[in-house]
Design a protein around this ligand. Structure first.
Ligand SMILES: [Zn+2]
Ligand SMILES: [Zn+2]
Length: 412
C-alpha cells in the first residue's frame, strides 16, 4: 500500500468530501483539481479496504468543511453581484473561513501529515476565482489587482477592497495665499470650531483640493491624498514647468477616467490660483520615488535692502557665493515643528536680475532643502554665510517664486 493511500485511509476515519480529501495531496501532482484527486484517492482506499474485507462508509457530510464547497457558485454569484457596482479590469478573490474549519484542517494535518497539503482558503479562493473570471470576463491578478473581493464564507457577504488610483502631474501655484496640501484647523483638527468658522480648516483651499475634489468626485472615491516632490512656502509661487506630484484617490468606484478631462476640470476649478499639466497614470512606486527625489530648484527672490549698498559690493558678494557651501540652523519660523539642527547646502548659482533703489531681485539655483529666505536674511546668524551678513546690510525676501524644479523628468 503506497504512502498516499495509507494516509488517505487514515484521513477517512473522518467523513471527508472529495475537496478536503484531495487537498491533502495537492502538491503531490499538479494538473488536476483537488476534487478529482479526492475522488481517485477515495476509490483507491475503498479497494484497499475491500481487500481487507472492510467497507468504506458512504460520504454524508464533510467533517472538515461541512460541505462548504457545495456553495462555490453561490459565493461566486454574490462576488459577481458586488463587483458589478464598480469599474475594474483585474480582480482577486479572497475568503474568510470559519476558524473552526481551519482548526479541523490543522488537526487532520497533524494526524496524517500535511506537508503536501493546500490550505482550505487557497482552494476556495482559486475555485471561486475561476467561476468569477469566467462570468465577468476580467483577469485575476495576484500581485496588483484593481479590487479584492473578500468573501466571508460564514455569513455569505462580500466586501470590496478597491485599490487606489494614482495620477501623476505637475502643478503651478499662482497664489501666495494657499498651501500645497489640505490643512486642518489646529484647534479642532478638522471637526469645525469658532477659530476656523466651523470649516475645520486653516486654509479654505489648497492645491490638493483644487485637483483632488473634482477627480475624487469623478472617480466616486472616498478620499484623496497629495504626494508632492517637496513643497514651497504658502507665500511662494510655483511657476515654470511646475512641481511634480502624484494624486491618490482612495476607493474609486470608477477608474476609467479621461485624464485630459480631469486636467480641464482641475484647471477650471483652479482659476487664478493654480493649474495642472502632464496628467498621466501612475502607481505607488512612483509616489516613493517622488517623495525621495531631491531636485535642485531655481528661484527668483525679490529682496528689500534696508540700507544703501553700492552695486559693485553686491556684485562682489553675489559672485563669491556661487558654489558656496552654507550652514543653516533650523529656521526660527519652522523651529516649532522641526528638530533644531544644522545642515549644509550648496548655492549652485546666483545672479542679479535687477537692482533698483532698495529693491534687489536675485536668481538662485540651490540644492534641495535650502532655506532661501534665511540665506538672504541670515536669520539672526543662524545661516552662515548669508547675503545680509556679507553685504553688511539687513535685507529680507519680500516675494519668492520657484521658477524651476530641476527633476529628472524629461517631460518638463
Ligand atoms: Zn470538505
Ligand atoms: Zn477649528
Amino acid at each position: 500500500m503506497n504512502d498516499i493511500i495509507a494516509r488517505a485511509d487514515r484521513a477517512l476515519q473522518h467523513d471527508l468530501c472529495d475537496h478536503c480529501l484531495g487537498r491533502l495531496f495537492a502538491q503531490v501532482e499538479s494538473g488536476t483539481t483537488n476534487k478529482e484527486r479526492g475522488r481517485n484517492v477515495r476509490i483507491a482506499v475503498a479497494l484497499e479496504r475491500g481487500a481487507r474485507g472492510e467497507e468504506l462508509p458512504p460520504h454524508e457530510t464533510c467533517w472538515l468543511c461541512e460541505d462548504l464547497f457545495e456553495n462555490l457558485s453561490r459565493f461566486a454569484d454574490i462576488a459577481i453581484n458586488k463587483l458589478s457596482e464598480i469599474e475594474y479590469d483585474t480582480f482577486l478573490i479572497g475568503t474568510k473561513v470559519d476558524p473552526v474549519l481551519q482548526d479541523r484542517e490543522e488537526k487532520l494535518w497533524s494526524e496524517v501529515g500535511g506537508e503536501k497539503a493546500e490550505p482550505i482558503k487557497a482552494e476556495l479562493n482559486r475555485e471561486i476565482g475561476k467561476l468569477v473570471e469566467a462570468a465577468v470576463r476580467k483577469e485575476v491578478d495576484f500581485r496588483n489587482p484593481d479590487v479584492v473581493a473578500l468573501i466571508d464564507t460564514r455569513f455569505g457577504h462580500v466586501t470590496l477592497n478597491i485599490a487606489p488610483l494614482f495620477i501623476y502631474g505637475r502643478y503651478r501655484k499662482y497664489s501666495r495665499e494657499i498651501p500645497q496640501t489640505r490643512w486642518p484647523c489646529r484647534a479642532c483638527r478638522g471637526k469645525g470650531c469658532k477659530r476656523c468658522d466651523g470649516t475645520g480648516k486653516m486654509y479654505q483651499i489648497s492645491v490638493q483640493e483644487i485637483i483632488g475634489e473634482p477627480v475624487m468626485e469623478a472617480a466616486e472615491g472616498k478620499d484623496h491624498f497629495f504626494h508632492g516632490m517637496g513643497r514651497e512656502d504658502i507665500d511662494a509661487r510655483m511657476l515654470g514647468t511646475g512641481r511634480p506630484f502624484v494624486l491618490e484617490i482612495a476607493e474609486p468606484r470608477k477608474r476609467h477616467l479621461d485624464l485630459a478631462e480631469m486636467e480641464r476640470l482641475a484647471n477650471e476649478n483652479g482659476k487664478e490660483l493654480a493649474d495642472f499639466s502632464k496628467l498621466r497614470w501612475s502607481d505607488r512606486s512612483e509616489v516613493r520615488q517622488i517623495k525621495a527625489d531631491t531636485p535642485d530648484k531655481v528661484y527668483l527672490a525679490e529682496i528689500r535692502l534696508q540700507d544703501k549698498v553700492n552695486k559693485e559690493r553686491i556684485n562682489e558678494v553675489v559672485t563669491s557665493l556661487i558654489q558656496a557651501r552654507i550652514t543653516q540652523q533650523t529656521p526660527t519660523r519652522v523651529a516649532h515643528r522641526r528638530a533644531d539642527r544644522a545642515r549644509e547646502r550648496t548655492i549652485r548659482d546666483l545672479a542679479i536680475e535687477s537692482l533698483e533703489g532698495d529693491k534687489l531681485v536675485l536668481r538662485l539655483k540651490t540644492e534641495s532643502g535650502t532655506y532661501i529666505k534665511e540665506f538672504v536674511s541670515g536669520d539672526g546668524g543662524r545661516t552662515v554665510p548669508s547675503l545680509a551678513g556679507l553685504i553688511r546690510v539687513p535685507c529680507q525676501v519680500t516675494a519668492l517664486d520657484v521658477i524651476q524644479i530641476v527633476d529628472n523628468s524629461n517631460e518638463g
